[in-house]
Design a protein around this ligand. Sequence first.
Ligand code: CAA
Length: 264
Amino acid sequence: MGFVDYEVKDKIAIITINREKALNALNSQVLDDLSAVLDGVDTDVVRALILTGAGEKSFVAGADIGEMSTLSKAEGSAFAKKGNDLFRRIETFPIPVIAAINGFALGGGCEISMSCDFRICAESAVFGQPEVGLGITPGFGGTQRLARLVGPGMAKQLIYTAKNIKADEALRIGLVNKVVPLEELLPTAEKLANQIAANAPIAVRACKKAINEGLELDMDKAVALEAEIFGTCFETEDQREGMANFLRKKDDPAKVKVVDFKNK
Ligand code: CAA
């Protein structure tokens, strides 16, 4: 589809932003294409997504500067809302989304990666929020998610100076979980996605919901939410099978098996 490729590999799928000539910059069409691809994800089958960029140079080099250059105030707000609605959809997508960052992750590129559940990157990756150098603020959630991820002091430094950082610094400040050579990026992402996909899918989704929604609450409400979500797991076949498997193992180690979770 247009600027976004979608490939299902058994229980995981890879979404690739493919506008390589513009370093995968996000124009309105790319945002619409990404939204349409998300519409088509069959979450009964796919248990984890990987989001990456086409080519070896750039993950996403930001929102499209050409498209933004002539926007009015109202159009600027509408463009930001369009990106924010999509990124919020990624953030709250029922299954985990791993960002596999294969190069530049600037502006909207850093922002879309932060809407994913976690980030791994190539050694060549470069992160930054260059917006103030263009006379604008981050507009796709950067002021909010960067501050939440790396703390307000570091976020303010990165955003106010508009200075890019390399992969090792991104790892040090907690923006990414892991740095690997470029050729190992997708295999590493796929391995992580498959590890997730091997676990009980309803429980994984419930964890995503509990972490995301719990972070917005005070601790009393957050643990109450966790308790409620925990309870819902006991209505699933996967809970019964997962625990029965453990108990069988205790009886007789020969009975150990890999549970084929049913997503039920
Ligand atoms: N928007 C539109 N086009 C872009 C782009 C962007 N964000 N980033 C790169 N491109 C285009 C370039 O215009 C160029 O196109 P042409 O070949 O047609 O000239 C092509 O991609 C290749 O880019 P460069 O020639 O610039 O490649 P380079 O290797 O010299 O530099 C780079 C790479 C440092 C990433 C540089 O392209 C760059 O600085 N890009 C802009 C990064 C940026 O400022 N991003 C933030 C945008 S603002 C934003 O995202 C706001 C928000 O929060 C919503």
